[in-house]
Design a protein around this ligand. Structure first.
Ligand SMILES: *[C@@H]1O[C@H](CO)[C@@H](O)[C@H](O)[C@H]1NC(C)=O
Length: 217
């Protein structure tokens, strides 16, 4: 009897020790694998992305920290087409999301606002459509936001003025409209950050909220 209890207790202990780590690691691998399934990859740059491994840390173009959590995704210039996936927003320790110079289409998932550690969001030179999600204003660590060279529409969300660490913003070469926020980090961005958006109306007036009434979407 005592042996049985001891046996069950040690099984329980083994579960408690092993399960959280396994679940966590698979969770991030699954999020990345959702991206693999959503894109076309003619050069097979994602060939090493094997979802049966315990974590994605040995996959090419993925970098992890000492706890085997994903910190970087480096897939610039990789000839990927297809869509971004909301699952990417689960990578809570991701610092660098580098997907520039591909041919990704569709919208920027609002879920990317869940990337609490993100320092750099580089989606420039793709074929992305739809608005800049206001949820990107939750990325409090963000320093580099480059969305230039897409087909983004709608207003620049005023909430982005909350991004106190933002050093570089580039939303040029899109189809944005409305006025340009001018407070917070926006006070230091030059015109080149906003160039070639024919429907963008210029900076809002400081000290005055200008409510746009014209159509802009
Ligand atoms: C961009 O996406 C549209 C569909 O939304 C497609 O028709 C067009 O061919 C794409 N552009 C490029 C360069 O692939």
């Amino acid at each position: 009897m005592a042996f049985r209890i001891l046996f069950h207790l040690s099984l329980l202990l083994l579960h408690l020790l092993l399960a959280p780590r396994g679940i966590n690691a698979n969770f991030e691998g699954d999020a990345l694998y959702a991206l693999r399934r959503a894109v076309k990859d003619p050069d097979n740059v994602l060939q090493s992305w094997d979802p049966t491994l315990v974590d994605p840390c040995t996959w090419f173009h993925v970098t992890c920290d000492g706890d085997n959590r994903v910190t970087r995704l480096d897939l610039g210039n990789a000839k990927l087409s297809g869509n971004l996936v909301p699952e990417l927003g689960r990578l809570a320790r991701l610092q660098y999301l580098e997907l520039y110079m591909n041919n990704l289409g569709g919208a920027i998932p609002a879920e990317l606002g869940g990337l609490k550690s993100l320092i750099s969001l580089d989606l420039y030179h793709n074929n992305l459509t739809g608005p800049i999600p206001a949820s990107l204003s939750d990325l409090s660590a963000l320093r580099f936001l480059r969305l230039n060279g897409n087909r983004l529409t709608g207003r620049i969300p005023r909430q982005l003025t909350k991004l106190g660490n933002l050093k570089i913003l580039d939303v040029s070469n899109n189809d944005l409209c409305g006025t340009i926020p001018s407070t917070g980090p926006f006070s230091k961005f030059g015109e080149e950050s906003f160039a070639n958006n024919p429907r963008l109306e210029g900076p809002e007036l400081v000290g005055f909220v200008r409510y746009d009434v014209g159509s802009c979407n």
